[in-house]
Design a protein around this ligand. Structure first.
Ligand code: ADP
Length: 333
């Protein structure tokens, strides 16, 4: 997690209420990702026409905060069924999974977040459940062990992951459709901030929305979080309406610069430039030299630095680009 938790796209504790309050309730309210929405709508309509209780299993992948959970809830809503949510790492034993699956209602959506962190034993249990809505459980140990086959209600599994490559191919292949959520463009992020402002009753000028959008790493969760932080600042200062100046000074105070970078990002770039002479640098070496965890570099810093063209990944390691060198030379703005 970056030192500045405001720009981390991973959910933090304070996000829970904000996420709930701002979560779009219809496909129309869900900004962008048009292609995915259209495809899902077709899948749902076709299955409704065939009068099937559930749709094919769906896999969503993409960075944290890009809207995978929200989309899964919208799918369930559109299908008119209930949704049960569970995080991959919290399913520890096959019994945990069996309890969840047998308690589903016919047609329900089971949403498994962080699917890449589910353990292998549970993964094996999931295969027959996904294919035939059956659980093959082994009861007992050693020579006394026996298998028990249990039918579970028909359900739609929606898996979400930030690391598609970590999913085993047997698991991946059992999903009927896989969708990659891309990051948003500036207009879409502005639309999200505008919608959130009106839901939260925040009065904000157009230019202020643009300033927040340009520093949000084009990530809805980060955008909403920055909006809330800017609101806190302007409330403390007794402002009635947030102006561009208010937004910029609050964001500078939070150490988020015009590119949406904070000190952790700049450290990675400086380490690459100064300790590795611009690279290439392997992930492990970069992590040690910058005193960050490899996971944090992969999941938090690197995606955005690559997206804005500051870092390139080559077969020999990470390399800093000319664009990033210019940014570092000119200092933060
Ligand atoms: P993920 O599951 O990918 O980490 P979430 O679905 O939890 O992301 O989204 C984080 C927050 O960002 C949600 O609460 C929602 O308010 C907002 N959000 C995400 N995607 C969109 C979108 N396309 N339109 C509007 N708001 C969005």
């Amino acid at each position: 997690m970056p030192k500045n938790k405001d720009i981390s796209p991973s959910p933090i504790k304070e996000d829970q209420c904000l996420d709930l309050a701002l979560r779009p309730q219809t496909f129309k309210e869900y900004v962008g990702q048009e292609n995915i929405k259209n495809n899902i709508q077709i899948i749902i309509d076709a299955s409704k026409k065939r009068k099937e209780p559930c749709i094919e299993h769906l896999l969503f992948y993409g960075g944290s905060g890009l809207g995978k959970t929200t989309l899964s809830y919208l799918v369930a809503k559109e299908m008119g069924v209930g949704v049960r949510t569970i995080a991959g790492p919290s399913i520890k034993k096959s019994g945990d999974l069996a309890a969840i699956l047998t308690n589903l209602r016919e047609g329900d959506v089971l949403f498994i977040d962080e699917l890449h962190r589910i353990n292998r034993v549970c993964e094996e249990i999931i295969y027959p459940a996904m294919e035939e809505f059956m659980l093959n459980l082994i009861i007992g140990k050693g020579p006394m062990a026996r298998t028990m086959n249990l039918k579970v209600p028909r359900f739609t599994l929606i898996g979400a992951t930030t690391r598609l490559a970590l999913l085993s191919s047997p698991l991946r292949s059992r999903f009927g459709a896989t969708f990659r959520l891309d990051s948003y463009n500036e207009e879409e992020i502005k639309a999200i901030i505008k919608r959130s402002s009106s839901l939260l009753g925040i009065k904000i000028e157009k230019d202020a929305i643009s300033s927040i959008a340009s520093r949000s790493r084009f990530n809805p969760r980060v955008a909403n979080r920055l909006l809330k932080r800017v609101r806190d600042f302007s409330e403390v200062e007794g402002k009635k309406k947030i102006t561009k100046e208010d937004a910029c000074s609050a964001l500078s105070f939070l150490d988020v610069d015009k590119m949406g970078l904070e000190s952790g990002d700049r450290k990675i770039l400086e380490v690459l430039l100064k300790k590795f002479n611009g690279g290439p640098a392997g992930l492990q070496s970069l992590a040690i030299a910058s005193a960050e965890e490899e996971e944090t570099i992969i999941e938090i810093y690197e995606p955005y630095l690559i997206q804005i063209g500051f870092i390139k990944r080559t077969p020999r390691g990470r390399v800093i680009t000319e664009k990033a060198k210019t940014y570092l030379r000119n200092g933060r703005s």
